[in-house]
Ligand binder design. Structure first.
Ligand SMILES: *[C@@H]1O[C@H](CO)[C@@H](O)[C@H](O)[C@H]1NC(C)=O
Ligand SMILES: *[C@@H]1O[C@H](CO)[C@@H](O)[C@H](O)[C@H]1NC(C)=O
Ligand SMILES: *[C@@H]1O[C@H](CO)[C@@H](O)[C@H](O)[C@H]1NC(C)=O
Ligand SMILES: *[C@@H]1O[C@H](CO)[C@@H](O)[C@H](O)[C@H]1NC(C)=O
Length: 441
């Protein structure tokens, strides 16, 4: 432990210029969409000297992991966690490992080990935990400021097998889940700030990044001077008592974010299906979860059938006739038949109704429809997919439905703040001003 403290001391000394000693420092980080994988990447700084690091954004991830392959990971501040220490226990390690390669990041004897997971290929490996520096850009909510260091950031190493399925140039994952080891939880505990973070995922056609805010209940200013924290509705975050990681941690609830959707409406009309599917049962099945590693919302098959039927019927009332299915989508229209509006294609609205009838997440065309190239002309297709008969979660809200929406995860009040489409407020998620004030550097 004394070694840890000593290196921490030197570390803070070296990075004094960047260290903000302020108990309520908000941070911001850019988010980009990867077109080919439909995944989102977040850029943070890691290691010493600090390096900008792109990581897959995983809202349900327990902790952050990074490929430590020898030669790739260079840092003067990394160290390992010895088995049996308090720190090893507190990060929920259930394994201790030795290493027979040359010693280096992720390769020590008697090292506390973790099981990082890649949710895209659904794979996991045994790898050693690593403690190193990380840093994020401070913000006043309107523009970026200096870097603030998170001196003893706990991550897991991984090996090359785990980066399969990730975009080019991305060698790890940022876990934003409901655990003590997630990125937002560690940043808030170092800065002694309330663990409240927000995401504004950019739509893939935008040329500027979206943003993630940490340690901040707002303001979140988007051009032109629009504080999106003033446009939020709130619904409780629900704990699923059963986790669904590949390596199961007995008695640990899920690190994923569930919300209490109670019904779904199309053009304001409630869709009929078995609403018990929206409750989480004792085995952790059912309910509604948010996922940044699921491109399009996935519905249990009976919900999917009732929902698409209601959507087709309502769109017929708007003179829209379905064409052949394209790709993974069953409900498509000729692009030329659909009017466009500033909220996207003019199609029936979809409401996810929460704990009370007057609290609903309204989904307009920009978030419900996906443009797909097809023979005979482009189509607008309903961007929801059939999740089959007995999925673990009945409704998985995917990335396309969250883009250009501000989502605030408030772990203090255990609630989700959601804005619905920010296009309504004449802005979008790519409108945070990331240009730096030159006087700060
Ligand atoms: C771990 O211990 C074994 C056995 O003593 C040794 O061969 C190996 O080199 C050690 N590994 C490291 C990374 O020091
Ligand atoms: C079909 O749509 C019409 C309006 O176009 C509506 O009056 C009717 O209730 C809908 N039927 C169903 C089963 O949703
Ligand atoms: C649908 O088309 C019919 C016939 O062209 C027209 O009379 C009607 O006003 C249209 N309805 C809508 C909602 O556009
Ligand atoms: C963005 O922020 C920078 C630095 O604070 C400022 O100089 C610039 O005018 C801002 N740009 C816009 C469009 O607000």
């Amino acid at each position: 432990m004394s070694f840890l403290h000593l290196s921490l001391f030197f570390f803070i000394f070296i990075f004094n210029r960047f260290t903000i000693i302020n108990s309520s420092t908000p941070f911001v980080a850019p988010i980009e969409t990867d077109e080919s994988t439909k995944l989102y990447t977040i850029s943070i700084f890691t290691k010493t000297p600090l390096q900008s690091t792109d990581l897959i954004l995983d809202l349900g991830g327990k902790f952050t992991w990074i490929d430590c392959a020898t030669g790739f990971y260079t840092s003067t501040t990394h160290h390992y966690i010895r088995c049996g220490t308090d720190l090893c226990d507190s990060i929920g390690s259930i394994a201790c490992s030795n290493c027979f390669r040359p010693s280096g990041p992720g390769c020590h004897n008697d090292s506390c080990a973790l099981f990082p997971e890649n949710p895209v290929i659904r794979n996991s490996v045994l790898a050693q935990a690593v403690v190193d520096s990380a840093a994020l850009t401070t913000t006043d909510g309107g523009s970026p400021g200096q870097l603030g260091v998170v001196p003893d950031f706990v991550m897991s190493c991984s090996d090359e097998s785990l980066i399969q399925g990730l975009p080019e140039g991305v060698y790890g994952l940022a876990g934003l889940g409901r655990s003590k080891t997630s990125l937002p939880a560690q940043v808030s505990s170092v800065y002694d700030s309330p663990n409240i973070f927000a995401l504004c995922l950019p739509n893939p056609s935008s040329t500027s990044p979206g943003s993630a805010f940490f340690n901040s209940a707002g303001p979140y200013y988007f051009s032109p001077g629009n504080d999106l924290s003033s446009h939020l509705f709130y619904t409780p975050l629900i704990l699923n008592p059963v986790g669904f990681t590949m390596i199961t941690y007995a008695t640990h609830p899920s690190d994923e974010y569930f919300i209490g959707v109670t019904s779904i409406a199309v053009n304001g009309k409630t869709v009929e299906f078995n609403h018990n599917l929206l409750k989480i049962n004792n085995d952790g099945f059912g309910g509604t979860r948010l996922s940044t590693v699921t491109p399009y919302t996935v519905l249990e098959s009976s919900i999917y059938r009732a929902f698409t039927k209601a959507f087709v019927n309502e769109s017929a009332g708007m003179n829209l006739t379905v064409t052949d299915p394209v790709d993974v989508f069953d409900v498509c229209y000729a692009e030329s038949d659909v009017l466009s509006t500033r909220l996207g294609p003019a199609v029936p609205t979809i409401d996810l109704v929460m704990h009370s009838d007057d609290v609903f997440w309204r989904i307009f065309g920009a978030n419900s429809m996906v443009k797909v190239a097809a023979e005979g002309g482009d189509r607008w297709c309903l961007g929801f997919v059939n999740g089959g008969d007995d999925p673990r979660t009945s409704v998985v809200i995917g990335g396309h439905q969250m883009e250009d929406n501000l989502l605030q995860f408030d772990l203090v009040s255990e609630r989700l703040g959601f804005s619905s489409s920010v296009l309504v407020h004449n802005t979008n998620c790519a409108s945070f001003n990331f240009s730096e004030d030159p006087t700060l550097r």
